[in-house]
Design a protein around this ligand. Structure first.
Ligand code: PGA
Length: 245
């Protein structure tokens, strides 16, 4: 089974970079693949969608965030899932630690975002992950389970969900957990979601300092269904190496 490779560009890029990189991705057999998902900043999604359509590319598009408000209305600055769907977006990241920490996003808000994504028939990429201190204290099982509990409150039926384990101490630091540490958490997530598994497709990703150097080993592990890549996804060569798995 092919593994899911998600690029999270975060707040990076420019019109010319999007044009260059997406054309390069469209022309490469490594990146022009259905298991490759590109989360570009929302302001560039229209352009990305046009480039993808014109080049007939197979990669998928993702948004990095979505509004808590489902229906169009007086919500200044907000973008809902149906607007993103119209742009050809298929996945939406929810609960990234940067938004949890820097923008104070809490469970109730994340629940509304997940409902918004699901009600439009899109696929959430739900991120969880602990800080270094939580891991060192040995409290990370409880912490991660609490982050997963928001899924129990979903009202929309769950057909497909991607969950990314992204330890905060690994994001952008170059520090990568051991394969045993990754596998232990993915097993915990698997046990948590097993009630859904009969009727939903659940894909488990690892994210945090994934690069062309370590991706083969990480993707080679049986518990890992794919990776969520930040920094290394901004360099076409590095990202292509990851996709070459
Ligand atoms: P990183 O980011 O690959 O730069 O560590 C991963 C992420 O935040 O999704």
């Amino acid at each position: 089974m092919s593994k899911l490779i998600v690029a999270n560009w975060k707040m990076n890029g420019s019109i010319s970079q999007i044009k260059n990189d997406l054309l390069a991705y469209s022309n490469s057999v490594l990146t022009n693949a259905e298991n490759v998902v590109l989360a570009v900043p929302s302001v560039y999604l229209y352009l990305a969608s046009e480039i993808k359509m014109k080049s007939g590319a197979n990669y998928k598009l993702a948004a990095q965030d979505v509004s808590i408000f489902q229906h169009n209305g007086a919500y200044t600055g907000e973008i809902n899932a149906s607007m993103l769907k119209e742009l050809g977006v298929e996945y939406i990241i929810v609960g990234h630690s940067e938004r949890r920490t820097l923008l104070n996003e809490r469970d109730n808000l994340l629940l509304s975002k997940l409902e918004n994504v699901l009600s439009s028939g899109l696929i959430p990429i739900f991120c969880i992950g602990e800080e270094k201190i939580t891991r060192d204290n040995g409290d990370y099982h409880e912490f991660l389970t609490n982050q997963l509990k928001v899924l129990e409150k979903l009202k929309n039926p769950l057909k497909e969900l991607v969950i990314a384990y992204e330890p905060i101490w690994s994001i952008g630091t170059g520090v990568v957990p051991t394969l045993e540490q990754i596998s232990e958490v993915l097993k915990l997530i698997h046990a948590f979601v097993q009630n859904y598994l009969t009727h939903a497709k659940i894909t488990l990703l690892y994210g945090g300092s994934v690069s062309g150097k370590n991706s083969k080993e990480i993707l080679g592990h049986g518990d890992v269904d794919g990776v969520l890549v930040g920094g290394a996804s901004l360099k076409v060569d590095d990202f292509s190496k990851i996709c070459a798995y």
